[in-house]
Design a protein around this ligand. Structure first.
Ligand code: ADP
Length: 444
């Protein structure tokens, strides 16, 4: 089973896997976010634009009609339920479709419409009368390539003449040259086909897309493979580079791959702790933590709860206890495959389980609106045992969209966790109040 998204984290130091802090790879997280997302992530942030000549304004559109797409493509866009371009699409699309072609680096968080934008650009640039690959899109993993391909297939549903080929594991080619117009694949397979077997000509690629570039460079070996593929492309090939993050490493890579780009950035919508009541409960040990949960959970009748544990072992233990006490509990942890995780999340979203116990596999992106209470069974800490404030914010905080009131409860069972709690309080400059867990009436 080499399903990348279901791959188990490596256990080191002879420690049992379930005792280790659970974390997901960048590619796994990205895939899961894509699949569970039901629509666009709206942003109130302004788009930042950098270009060579800052005096020439960038043209932007408010409608898809204004892009003068092929009618079949426009039909495809509407069939997907898109009424108007997203914030990033307003500016990216006219540039991506312009003649002469312009290079672009676009950064915005997951869910803001990047994939739809570059897929539309890819499809628009295809000349179906030429029977060779003209568009190449690199994705970091098999699963992410398939996701992108599925968007392309839906958008091109009224353009049956456009042919798409996946260059991913399991796909094979013969000696004949490929006649498909678009190739979407992972770097290793694309290198094999383009450089080793030469079943298509990289020089004839008109549009090159590097998707999820941040995930790409976080994946061993992909960085160099991308560069080797990139070297074979013609000077006139249009380069598009997409990333959800803004680190220097990603930017350096971008600048290397994409000459003279127009750079557009949409800052991440910040989660905030406004409207969140934060508490901590003093406990002696794990059993007392459990008692605290019983009290708290018994006191709250509406809504659902998410409980975060540091390790799988604790999550399993806790879910066993709670199930025994008659709670309907779901567990989301690192050993589940993507399909299993989706199942768990869908059931929770539908309210079939009232409690979701999870390790760190998904601190960001559980936008379940009906969740009223988040419990840190273990406080988030980094590899050095220090307070991990960023993770805390992702677990507890809400963005504007989900700006409802919420309650966060931190279970503190040692001086160390008390110190973490204090550090978090100090960092966010927001009081975390002591809660007497025997008296959950105090919770408002
Ligand atoms: P990203 O690549 O930035 O993660 P996607 O292109 O995958 O974002 O878009 C996120 C979600 O929003 C998808 O479900 C997609 O179908 C939807 N979406 C994209 N563009 C639009 C639009 N203009 N109108 C409505 N929904 C859109």
């Amino acid at each position: 089973n080499e399903n990348a998204a279901g791959r188990k984290p490596e256990a080191g130091d002879g420690k049992r896997e379930e005792d280790q802090a659970d974390s997901a790879s960048a590619a796994e997280t990205s895939l899961l976010m894509k699949i569970i997302r039901k629509g666009l992530v709206e942003s109130k942030q302004d788009l930042e634009i950098q270009r060579k000549d800052p005096n020439s304004p960038l043209y932007s559109v408010k409608t898809f009609e204004a892009l003068h797409l092929k009618p079949e493509l426009l039909k495809g866009v509407y069939a997907m339920g898109f009424n108007a371009p997203s914030k990033i699409q307003e500016t990216a699309l006219p540039t991506l479709l312009a003649d002469p072609p312009q290079n672009m680096i676009a950064q915005s968080q997951s869910g803001t419409g990047k994939t739809a934008a570059f897929v539309l650009a890819m499809l628009s640039r295809v000349d179906p009368k030429k029977d060779y690959p003209q568009v190449l899109c690199l994705s970091p993993t098999y699963e992410l390539a398939i996701q992108t391909g599925e968007v392309a297939a839906r958008m091109a549903q009224f353009c049956p003449e456009i042919k798409l080929k996946y260059a991913v594991r399991g796909e094979e080619v013969g000696r004949e040259k490929l006649t498909d117009h678009i190739i979407i694949g992972t770097p290793g397979k694309v290198m094999d086909w383009g450089i080793k077997y030469k079943v298509f000509d990289l020089k004839k690629i008109r549009v090159f897309v590097l998707d999820e570039a941040d995930v790409m460079i976080a994946t061993q070996g992909h960085h160099d493979q991308c560069i080797r593929i990139h070297k074979q492309l013609s000077k006139s090939c249009q380069m598009m580079f997409f990333s959800a993050t803004y680190d220097k490493e990603v930017m350096d890579f971008a600048q290397y791959i994409v000459p003279n780009p127009i750079i557009i950035k949409l800052r991440r919508e910040q989660e905030s702790l406004d409207n969140i009541k934060q508490y901590y409960v003093r406990c002696k040990d794990q059993d007392e933590k459990y008692k605290a949960i019983q009290n708290i959970y018994g006191g709250i009748t509406v809504g659902q709860a998410i409980i975060f544990c540091h390790t799988r072992k604790t999550a399993t233990w806790l879910s066993g206890k709670m199930s025994q006490d008659g709670h309907s509990v779901a567990v989301l942890s690192g050993e589940l495959t993507v399909e299993q995780r989706l199942l768990v999340l869908d059931r929770f979203r539908d309210g079939l389980e009232k409690v979701l116990i999870t390790t760190n596999v998904l601190s960001r992106g559980i936008d379940v609106e009906q969740v009223t209470i988040v419990v840190n069974f273990d406080l988030p800490m980094d590899g050095h045992g220090r307070a991990d404030c960023e993770t805390y914010l992702h677990r507890i905080g809400r963005t504007g969209r989900f700006g409802k009131n919420g309650i966060a409860i931190n279970l503190v069972d040692s001086d160390k966790s008390m110190n973490i709690c204090k550090a978090i309080e100090k960092h966010f400059k927001k009081k975390i109040e002591l809660l007497d867990a025997d008296n959950s009436d105090e919770i408002e």
